[in-house]
Write a protein that binds this ligand. Structure first.
Ligand code: HEM
Length: 182
């Protein structure tokens, strides 16, 4: 969080809130969002499509009308692709790897790919980035008593989407000079 706060502080200062026009300068924010979508894709099994016709792909015969489950959650955690620290939240792994989500990049599939992929990618990314940037820029965040980042329960509840198994209790404290300059 500190790295992200510093990046925003350098680009935006602390006399106003982050705006959409600032987002293109916030590279570490991109990495944080890519890393979050890699580990926690909103729809872990995407939306299982049904095969229209018999087809053979890489020697696998798939019968017409078969439902295909694509495990985007497991793809994003594959150690063969993301190295042995695949389970770790490590945004800097994206320093050299700019995610685009519109190209044929199958290592992380939070929006799926192909004809039925999410049409709201840009709006979704912009909204998520703006909200996260404003949250960490405007506030410092602390966990509630007796909880440290090391014993915070990060389990998920599996379903169509993956919400946290336990609610996150975080305590904000305001950190901008914004109010004084309004
Ligand atoms: C970070 C934000 C978002 C994520 C992670 C996300 C993810 C997804 C995923 C995984 C699918 C299923 C694709 C499939 O497997 O068939 C989907 C479909 C869809 N999304 Fe999004 N989405 C996001 C934001 C949005 C926004 C902002 C909109 C619209 C304003 C949107 C509109 C749609 C629509 C209409 C579909 C259905 C597409 C179809 O079936 O052809 N999404 N999204």
């Amino acid at each position: 969080m500190k790295i992200l706060q510093d990046e925003i502080q350098n680009e935006v200062g602390n006399k106003r809130m982050v705006e959409e026009k600032d987002l293109k300068k916030l590279n570490y924010l991109d990495m944080v969002v890519d890393e979050t979508l890699r580990l926690y894709p909103v729809a872990p099994l995407l939306v299982p499509p049904k095969c229209r016709e018999n087809i053979t792909i890489d020697d696998y015969f798939i019968k017409e009308k078969t439902r295909i489950m694509v495990n985007a959650w497991a793809i994003g955690r594959d150690p063969n692709v993301w190295s042995e620290n695949a389970e770790e939240f490590y945004p800097k792994r994206f320093i050299e790897k700019k995610m685009n989500y519109q190209r044929q990049e199958f290592e992380s599939l939070p929006f799926d790919y192909g004809r039925r992929r999410c049409p709201g990618i840009q709006l979704g990314l912009t909204t998520v980035k703006l909200v996260i940037a404003q949250f960490v820029h405007c506030f410092n965040w602390e966990l509630s008593h007796n909880i440290s980042p090391f014993n915070l329960n990060m389990e998920e509840k599996f379903g169509l989407t993956i919400p946290r198994a336990q609610h996150l209790h975080a305590i904000p404290s305001y950190r901008l000079d914004y109010a004084k300059h309004k």
